[in-house]
Design a protein around this ligand. Structure first.
Ligand SMILES: *Cc1c(COP(=O)(O)O)cnc(C)c1O
Length: 426
């Protein structure tokens, strides 16, 4: 694909974009009467215009029917989560029975570790990436302490090589092999939240299984962003949130994947509640937990319907578009952002200043996100971008993270961002 850093080119790309119409299905934040350039769909996705109607439907059913809504609502609440099985399975590459929508991300990560991190005296280590998202670090630290182990001994962290920003898949696999039969579990962010690097989940899973360890991924930055084939890759477990690329609203209900072979094993240890109980006996209120033979068996509580309704509005859009079209546009969009940043970088004349893209350039190793180090610049650069209507993410000391997303960002957004960036750099 040959790009040009010109308005004419960007407008031509938008004209040819089969998804261009979807932008109008979202509320684009406005500041001072002007639409912002919103590049933080990796942090909080925008609100679909349809969300309010989905939530209103449930509010009205609750008003009209009260408790009867569990069985008589337009979308009966007792089974509301079942509507997600097929569309979410398509997004993450799973069988419908392998996924369920429930709770929030870190809660789910902890619940999954209860099942999939089962340390023994000799096999007790858990492997993750260095500088994982803090919530994941805390979860792993306390899971390890909870079983009486020392995090410094039990947690293996894989870091980039000296002087590099991203991690070699080879190094992860080598560390797994080295840990060998001391390794109980691998739990990595499938897409690194900081660099946007996508890991080779298939190869990592294979390596983990070879040494007899379980393998799971936190897909907070992967779901709705990159191609996932969790079932085919034989991943044991995965979890994600719904408010980033999935646009389901702040703190929205999250989701998990549990491989079929584990779903069928009713003996697996887990935390439990009535919503994981076999349907036939769920409401008999009898003693004895009999888990369903699906990811639903890890559900504990009845569903937060208002949050589920917002999720449904967003997932219906994903289902209508399909991941194939999203991925096709995503590659062009992130490629265009990369091109524009490179183009502006090459025009910088002060040798102390430069823009370095730390996200892998190979599209197989990245999704929407492009992370840039602004060498020689400080937070005032970011403040200038913000004051000109660019909503992006700043990480100290000088990293800008941007994620143009295929559902509502345009090539024009990227061109206009480039013009604002040029001005802010000078
Ligand atoms: C966003 C994110 C979280 C946030 O966790 P919540 O439980 O939703 O607050 C956790 N882990 C990763 C990797 C994330 O990107």
């Amino acid at each position: 694909m040959t790009y040009e850093n010109s308005l004419e080119f960007a407008l031509k790309m938008d004209e040819q974009d089969e998804l261009a119409g979807y932008r109008n299905k979202f509320h684009i934040p406005v500041i001072d009467g002007k639409e912002t350039i919103y590049f933080t769909g990796n942090s909080l996705g925008l609100q679909p215009k349809s969300t309010i109607d989905y939530i209103n439907t449930e509010l009205q059913d609750w008003a009209k029917r009260g408790v009867e809504g569990h069985f008589n609502a337009k979308n009966p609440w007792f089974a509301y989560h079942e509507m997600f099985a097929k569309p979410i399975a398509k997004i993450v590459g799973a069988q419908p029975k392998e996924v369920v929508v429930m709770n929030n991300l870190t809660v789910n990560l902890n619940l999954l570790l209860v099942t999939f991190y089962r340390p023994t005296k000799s096999r007790y280590k858990i492997l993750c990436e260095a500088k994982a998202f803090p919530s994941d670090q805390y979860a792993l630290e306390m899971q390890v302490k909870n079983v009486g182990l020392n995090p410094n001994d039990a947690i293996i962290e894989i870091a980039p090589r000296e002087g590099e920003k991203t991690i070699h898949n080879k190094d992860i696999i080598a560390a797994i092999e080295e840990a060998g039969d001391s390794l109980a579990c691998v739990m990595i962010g499938g897409v690194n939240y900081f660099t946007g690097q996508v890991f080779d989940m298939k190869a990592i899973t294979e390596a983990a299984h070879k040494v007899g360890a379980n393998c799971g991924f936190d897909l907070a930055h992967g779901v709705g962003n990159i191609e996932l084939k969790l079932h085919d890759w034989k991943v044991d477990f995965a979890c994600w949130c719904s408010y980033k690329y999935l646009n389901s609203g702040p703190g929205g209900v999250a989701g998990v994947f549990i491989n079929e072979r584990h779903c069928n094993n009713t003996e697996l240890p887990r935390f439990a509640g009535w919503w994981g109980q076999e349907k036939e006996t769920r409401f008999l209120m009898k003693k004895g937990f009999k888990p369903m033979k699906s990811a639903e068996a890890w559900q504990m509580s009845n569903a937060p319907i208002l949050s589920m309704a917002a999720h449904k509005a967003a997932i219906d859009i994903f289902d209508e578009v399909g991941m194939d079209k999203l991925l096709k546009k995503q590659k062009k969009l992130s490629g265009y952002l990369e091109f524009v940043v490179d183009d502006i970088n090459s025009s910088l004349t002060d040798s102390d200043k430069s823009l370095e893209i730390i996200t892998p350039r190979n599209w197989k190793e990245r999704g929407c996100q492009v992370s840039v180090i602004a060498h020689g610049y400080g937070k005032d650069l970011f403040d200038k971008l913000t004051s000109e209507g660019v909503i992006s993410d700043w990480r100290e000391p000088n990293v800008i993270r941007m994620a143009p997303v295929p559902l509502y960002n345009s090539f024009e957004d990227i061109y206009r961002f480039g013009e604002i960036l040029k001005k802010a750099l000078n």
